[in-house]
Design a binder for this molecule. Structure first.
Ligand code: AMP
Ligand code: FE
Ligand code: FE
Ligand code: ZN
Length: 297
């Protein structure tokens, strides 16, 4: 088998269940040669993951999955090799993380209205190293309280939009984040663009406009895309000159049917992504030094 590359995974630093080190060791055990850590809106797991990758001898790509908004809908943007110290990017991420944590009490108040008593400490209990608490951690608390039997059931009954304990939160404008990722020296890839909301809002014309703003790739092979969507999205990526990636969106035991390496990125596409990252011209400060550790590539 050729080189196996998985560019989308979550550790317990966001809503996965493995520590970053455990995740990288599991990736090596699963036969992956390269793995990216892409926790939601945080880079906090990078150092531990990079050290573990060094130890087990696989490649590590530092990434994150940014919560953005586009035409009133949530869109996830994968970003790789950004400088986490970039001031604009760091400010956006902390605003997103604040929005995530501050919504938990509101969710708990709605649950209380339904006769379900949980407090923030109950939610925090199962979220070892999380940079911010989110719906998945509330879901886990509902499982521990015996209200539901899985995260999936918690979302379906209470936490999804339209369900009685749903609370919206801040997400940054997609166009702004595409630009900030390039300005922070990184490359951006739209996560599961035709996933939950289908194709609407992110058709070829919108994708072309995002490419013109600096978007580099589309995540094509993802569990939320059926074979038809994958084929059509591959064709769109080709016609727009975008990189086509494939990934598991692994969350440990937090999400079923997302095992490490269940989808992978072709080595040629990965090479294009890396080339694009080395070609990024940082802005807006032209003399800002690039701060990339050699083990982070
Ligand atoms: P939040 O960012 O707090 O709004 O929570 C959204 C996260 O919850 C997503 O990133 C998913 O990983 C996770 N999620 C959404 N729906 C489900 C589900 N049905 N089962 C498990 N996890 C889910
Ligand atoms: Fe998630
Ligand atoms: Fe996502
Ligand atoms: Zn994800």
């Amino acid at each position: 088998m050729g080189v196996r590359i998985d560019l989308h995974t979550h550790s317990e630093v966001s809503d996965g269940t493995d520590s970053p080190g455990e995740l990288v060791r599991a990736a090596a055990a699963a036969g992956l040669d390269v793995v990216a850590l892409t926790d939601h809106d945080t880079t906090r797991g990078w150092a531990e993951a990079a050290a573990a990758a060094e130890e087990v001898g696989i490649g590590f790509v530092p990434g994150l999955e940014i919560s953005t908004r586009h035409r009133g809908r949530g869109v996830h943007l994968l970003a790789y090799w950004v400088d986490p110290a970039d001031p604009s990017l760091a400010a956006s991420l902390s605003r997103i993380l604040d929005g995530r944590s501050s919504r938990v009490p509101a969710i708990l108040a709605l649950l209380r209205g339904l006769g379900i008593e949980l407090d923030v400490a109950d939610v925090r209990l199962g979220s070892r190293g999380a940079a911010a608490l989110g719906r998945p951690h509330v879901a886990d608390a509902l499982v521990r309280a015996g209200v539901v039997t899985s995260r999936g059931e918690a979302f379906a009954r209470f936490l999804n939009p339209g369900r009685p304990a749903y609370v919206n939160r801040y997400a940054a404008p997609l166009e702004v984040m595409v630009r900030q990722v390039s300005e922070a020296g990184g490359v951006s890839v739209l996560a599961h663009p035709w996933g939950r909301h289908g194709r609407s809002g992110l058709g070829e014309a919108e994708l072309a406009a995002l490419r013109d703003l600096g978007l580099i790739g589309l995540e094509v092979d993802h569990q939320d895309h059926d074979p038809r969507a994958r084929a059509d999205l591959t064709a769109v990526a080709r016609s727009l000159g975008l990189v086509a990636t494939g990934s598991s969106d692994y969350h440990g035991t937090g999400k079923v049917a997302h095992d490490l390496g269940c989808n992978t990125t072709a080595p040629e596409e990965y090479a294009r992504l890396r080339d694009a990252a080395s070609a990024v011209v940082r802005g807006p400060a032209p003399d800002h030094p690039r701060q990339r550790g050699p083990n982070l590539r």
